[in-house]
Each structure stands twice: as C-alpha cells, then as structure tokens.
Design a protein around this ligand. Structure first.
Ligand code: HDD
Length: 698
C-alpha cells in the first residue's frame, strides 16, 4: 500500500493558511505550445477575433470555430443499457490449465498474463445517475489474448430476467424511466417495471436476486461476476464441454443496507467509481478468481433444469467451482471517454476453443452488441480505437468506412487472389471453427417446455439466504411495490410470489398493509420444494471476516487526542484498511497537543454512510460541540442504524446518547490508545442482531 501523509503534525493552527492567499500557487513547469487540430500554434485561446475591442466576432477565427465545433460534437449516444459505468485495466493470469477441455491459449497456458480491460456498470440508470441504485451490475471483461479479443460480458447476478432475447427491449423499456415523464431515473420502483414483471413469470427468479442485497453492492471490488449462460469449451480433438464462468472477489462479497444505499446516492453519487479508482490509486489493486463449472451432455440432460435457460443456475453444491486463474485490476484509465466510454463489448468476440450454446438469450445478444456499437461509435471501424484494438495482428479485406485509421497497401482487397503472394489467407487448422452440433427440427416460434418452471429456483434462492438476507428481500419487495401506484399490479405480483411460497407473499402483503389470503397467480407448473438450499448463494454465509479494502471513518474535533487517531489509523492500515478523518472543518481540528489533525472530509460532506465502520475520537470539548451539530448526530445515528461497528473514546458518550445508540457487541469503547479490539469487531462486519431493534422486519 502507498505511503500516507502523516495524519498529525504539530503545526500551530494559526500557521495553517497564510494570510496572502499563498494556497493559490500555480503549478510550475515548461508548457508545450497549444495547437489547433491541424497543428497550428495558437496565440490566444481566451479571446475571439473581433473588429475593435467591442465589435462583432469574425467567422474567420478558425481557432474559435474549430474549438466550438469540436465541443459541439463531444458526446456520443450513451449505451441504451449499462450507460453508467467505471472501468480499469489489468491482467488475467491462468493458474490451472483447461487444455484438456479448450484449445484457447488463454485457458491453457499457465502463467501467461493476458492484458484486459474490465467495465462495471448499473443497467437502468442514465450516464449521470447514482452508483448505488438498486440494480444488476454489469461485469464485462475484454481480454486482449494472443488469439484475438475475448469479451466475457456478464453481470454480478448469475441469472437473467428473460429466457429469449426477443423480450429484451420490453424488459428495458419497462425498467427505464417512463417514456411520457422521463422519470423515475435508475430504479425499478415504478409501475411500468412491476407491471411487466408481474406479467412475465420467467422473471421471478431474477426478481428475488435484484430484491436481494446483491443489487446494492458495497463496492465493485466486493461483487461476484458471472458469464450467466452456458458456453462451450472446445478442445483440440473438437470435443465440447459445457462451461459456466464465475468471478469471485478476493475481498469477499459485501453489500450496503438499503437505507444506506439511498443516502449514499446523495452523499456520494460516484461512490463505486471513486472506490475503484482510489483502490487502484493507493496501490491496492482489486483481484478476482476466475472459476468454472464444467459439465457434459449427460449432466445437461439429467439436470433438473434446462442448461440453455438463462433464468436458471447450477448450484455450486451440484457442480463445484474449479478456480483456474486470477484477474487483477491495477491501472486506472488515462481518459474516461477514450477508454471507459468507447470500449465496445460484444458477446461474439470469442477465440478458438470457446463457443456458444443454443441459449436463445445468448443467440439474440450475439446480434445486438455489434449492432449497437455501430450506432454508439459511429461506424464499423470501432475495433480500431485503441481500447478496442486487439493486441495481435488484424488482417482481412474489410476496407474503408467512417473513421478508417489504417491505410492498407496494394491492389488486392479481396479473396481469393493470385496477384499478391503476401496477402492473408484463412487457416482452418488454427482458425475459429464452430462446434458442429447436429441440429434438426421444425421452425417454431415457441418456448421449450423445459424452460417452464419459473418458481422452483426462485424459492431455492430465497431459502438459501440467511435470516437477515431473507428479511431484506421481503423489505425490498415492500419498498418497490409501495412505489407502484396501480393496485392491480401489486396484487398480481404478490400472486407470483405466492407461486414461489405463500409465506413470502404474505410477508410482503403484510408490509404493504394487505390483510387476508393472497391468491396464487395461475400456473400449470408446481413449485419444487425438494431442492436443497445452496448456502453459496448467500452473501453473509460466505462473508470473509476482514477489514481489507474497507474504509474506517474517524470523527475528530478540537481537543481530540492525536495519539488516538494515529494509533487507530496505524492499526487499520496494518489490517489492510484505509482510514479517513472527518472534522467540523476540512482543514483539520486542533488536537489536544495544540497541533493540527489533518482531515479528509468536512462533517457535512463526509456522512458515515461513506465508511464501513466509524470511530468517535472525541474529547469532552469536542463532544459538547458536536451534540449541537445535526450532521454529527446523524453521522452516529446512521452508523448505528446501518448496523456498523462503532468505536469510541469514553468522552464521546453524550453524542452517542443523543444519536440513540444503545450499547451492544458493535459499540466498542477504545481503552487507552488501543483500537485493536474495535477494529477486530469491525472486521466481522455488520451487527445483524441489531437490525430488528432499529427497523421493522415484516
Ligand atoms: Fe447486455 C450492454 C450484460 C442481455 C443488449 N450487457 C451490456 C453490458 C453488460 C451486459 C455487462 C455493458 C457492457 C459495457 O460495459 O459496455 N446483457 C448482459 C447480460 C445479459 C444481457 C449478462 C444476459 C445474460 N443484453 C442482453 C440482451 C440484449 C442485450 C438479451 C439484447 C438482445 N447489452 C445489450 C446492448 C448493450 C448491452 C444493447 C448496450 C451497450 C452495449 O451493448 O454495448 O447491446
């Protein structure tokens, strides 16, 4: 981890800022001349060319015209879904060869580091929406392999809303802001989404996931990722093995609680992108394991569900994960637009040895991505943009088009040809060959009956969760449906929940204020109650007790003992966490030794929702001042209500009393200058038993 500036310094407070505005020094350096896009050196970039000092502006000011013209065209259409995202560069390193199953070099050459670019996103919100909206997170990785680019365009949830791509535009239209009013932004809590969902039983399993805490992750660094579909691996002999891809975060999974998510949206709408950026910036690169579930045709035909149905998963307890490598994200983009915005993922970007299945969702996606890039990036040459360009030779006879950057030489731009012996030819030995699956049948617009059970895995998911997680799913349904104005939609959706389990439906109905039985929605498929719970689907059941990559928020005020702050920070850093200091003034607070305690946040700009755990390092003087400050009371109150561990000096008690803190295992007094006990408690995560004492559980 990078070295931090010392937190405390014995600088007399009155020397903090000079009287004459010395803080406004400009950066020194030699600056190269500014030019137009044609390379001409610009003499004046602040005034347009006029006749006289106050006269009309002249059209001949080409520097002005060029600058404004370029500005007018700076934007490209945002992604129709997944518009808001953040990304980073990194590498993938294979640790366990799959050569037996795949001829892809990236999956068979152990130790080779393949460069990659990973982009995380929300789905429904526009580019400027908040990061912590309840939503699926996109988890897209572009591997620049020696054999061409491979894009694994997945999500942080292993299943999807629909089974057939033909329904995708309806799903997205229903989820995004309503077309007449242009709101609500970045949320499914409105009539059109739940209208669509209640009439689309195939979405039921996914609804459970998006109402779960998976849809409000604490950090991109703390999410799992999934390729979702069953893909094929093809080996040298041409044998096919089915595969599902999983990303597992080294930091473990963690989510925020819903009220916290809502408040973070205001406190820091860029919470996730800032978190990713900072982690890489301080030299703490996030890492994931890549794991696979491998299975053959025999398993596929005997499994309880259709492996071509993207609304179903294969529990890890049925087919365990095999970890095959790691992804490390260690470099932030140089330029958001050039890289994060212009990166173009396509499910069709595969390499020899990786192939598709007949999953109808995947097949439809294979059309959609290439097509959308042409609208978004303006033409068919988007693969030439540096972020999209393969890191291996690209040779073919595709020519011309908008923004062609290459200047291929020679007369021959076709194949076959005999005029030039150096032109490229296909190579059936090493080239991509589709798996020769034998297909026959009538042409039908139908849904396979093997896709029909929409409820059993929804039930499996719910009952695989710990109690707090189940409570959150129920609360999320209540929250979302409470925003639905059309009562018939609420009732219809509760009928779907009753298909999954009548008790769940009843709990939601109770939270919405409905009494009496909930009628099941009509269905011909009986829900299976015999599926074994899969604890691997729970976040909490496999949470890692660690403070690594987490953020400690330390509240200080005048009179705080700087030694306490330093001691907690050192202990936190030792545990792999970072600490930020929050003070009434961002310049810092005057410590008990007369020196300055440097702060990172001003109290109003550093609410406790931004931190995983808080410590109140306060003197009696500071506490007396902060009990009169609503932001300080809210800081403590929210931390308690969000089930966080709170460390505190003995003198901070009055502030905690005012904030309604009731002592429990998560309220830890710091004895002397030793923050270890507090941090060890914080590493265990939230205090779940506190939850029923701070909010209603339905
Ligand atoms: Fe999609 C973007 C993931 C179904 C059509 N999708 C997009 C991104 C991710 C996913 C992560 C953002 C990539 C980036 O960061 O640039 N999409 C999924 C997953 C799906 C899925 C995991 C189901 C398993 N998507 C899906 C379907 C269709 C699309 C069924 C259309 C038939 N998706 C698109 C798109 C986007 C897109 C319209 C918008 C921008 C883009 O492609 O590049 O083509």
């Amino acid at each position: 981890m990078a070295k931090q500036k010392p937190r405390t310094a014995v600088i007399p407070v009155n020397e903090k800022v000079g009287a004459g505005g010395e803080l406004h020094q400009t950066a020194a350096g030699t600056h190269p001349p500014m030019t137009t896009n044609q390379g001409g050196i610009v003499a004046d970039d602040e005034n347009s060319l006029k006749i006289g000092e106050r006269g009309p502006v002249l059209l001949e000011d080409f520097a002005l015209i060029e600058k404004l013209n370029h500005f007018n065209h700076e934007r490209i259409p945002e992604r129709v879904v997944h518009a808001r995202g953040a990304a980073a560069h990194g590498f993938f390193e294979l640790t366990d060869s799959l050569a037996e199953f795949s001829r892809a070099k990236i999956l068979s050459e152990v130790g080779v580091k393949t460069p990659l670019f990973a982009r995380f996103s929300t789905v429904a919100g526009n580019m400027g929406s908040a990061d912590t909206a309840r939503d699926v997170r996109g988890f897209a990785v572009k591997f620049y392999t020696q054999e061409g680019n491979w894009d694994l365009v997945g999500n942080n949830i292993p299943v999807f809303f629909i089974q057939d791509a033909i329904k995708f535009p309806d799903l997205i239209h229903a989820a995004k802001q309503e077309p007449d009013r242009g709101f609500p932004q970045a949320q499914t809590a409105h009539d059109t989404f739940w209208d669509w969902a209640s009439l689309s039983p195939e979405s039921t399993h996914m609804l459970m996931w998006i109402m779960s805490d998976r849809a409000i992750p604490r950090s991109f660094r703390m999410m799992e990722g999934f390729g979702v579909h069953s893909f094929r691996l093809i080996n040298d002999a041409g044998t096919s093995t089915y595969v599902k891809f999983h990303w597992r975060p080294k930091l473990g999974m963690q989510s925020v609680v819903w009220d916290e998510a809502l408040k973070i949206s205001g406190g820091d709408p860029d919470f996730h992108r800032r978190d990713l950026w900072n982690a890489i910036n301080i030299g703490s690169p996030p890492e994931w394991e890549l794991a696979v579930q491998l299975f053959d045709e025999e398993f596929a035909t005997s499994f309880d569900f259709d492996i071509l149905d993207a609304t179903k998963l294969i529990p890890e307890e049925v087919i365990p994960l095999r970890v095959i490598g790691r992804m490390v994200l260690d470099r932030n983009p140089d330029n958001y637009f050039a890289e994060t915005e212009q990166v173009a993922f396509c499910t069709t970007h595969v390499v020899p040895g990786i192939d598709f299945t007949n999953d109808p969702l995947l097949q439809g996606r294979n059309q959609s991505y290439l097509d959308t890039q042409i609208t978004r990036l303006g033409g068919p040459n988007f693969a030439q943009l540096p972020i999209n360009a393969p890191r291996c030779p690209v040779r073919n006879f595709q020519r011309d088009g908008h923004m062609q950057m290459a200047a291929p030489k020679g007369r021959v731009s076709y194949s076959p040809s005999s005029l030039d012996s150096t032109t490229e030819r296909t190579n059936p030995t090493i080239g991509f060959k589709s798996f020769p699956a034998r297909e026959a049948g009538d042409k039908l617009k139908v849904r396979s009956p093997t896709f029909a059970d929409h409820f059993s895995q929804a039930r499996l998911f719910f009952f695989s969760q710990t109690e707090p997680e189940q409570n959150h799913i129920v609360s999320a349904f209540i929250f979302e449906l409470s925003k639905v104005q059309t009562e018939a939609v609420r009732l219809c959706l509760m009928g779907r929940l009753a298909n999954v389990d009548e008790a769940i439906a009843k709990r939601v109905a109770n939270g919405l204020g409905y009494e009496g039985p909930i009628a099941k929605a009509p269905t011909t498929v009986a829900v299976r109650t015999d599926l074994k719970p899969s604890p691997m689907l729970s976040i909490l059941a496999k949470a890692k007790p660690t403070l690594k990559g987490r953020l400690v928020g330390c509240l200080v005020a005048d009179g705080t003992d700087p030694k306490l702050v330093t001691a907690v920070e050192e202990a936190a850093v030792k545990m792999g966490a970072e600490m930020k200091v929050i003070a009434p003034k961002v310049g810092g607070a005057k410590g008990s030794d007369g020196g300055l305690i440097r702060a990172d946040f001003q109290l109003a700009g550093g609410p406790s929702v931004l931190f995983d755990t808080i410590v109140l390092a306060l003197s009696a003087e500071g506490t007396a001042m902060l009990t009169k400050e609503a932001a300080a009371v809210a800081f403590v109150h929210d931390a308690f209500a969000h089930l966080k561990v709170i460390g505190h000096s003995a003198e901070a008690k009055a502030l905690m009393d005012k904030a309604g803190v009731v002592p429990d295992a998560g309220v830890v007094a710091i004895k002397g200058k030793d923050g270890t006990a507090f941090l060890q408690a914080a590493a265990k995560g939230r205090i779940w038993p506190r939850e029923p004492t701070v909010r209603a559980v339905f």
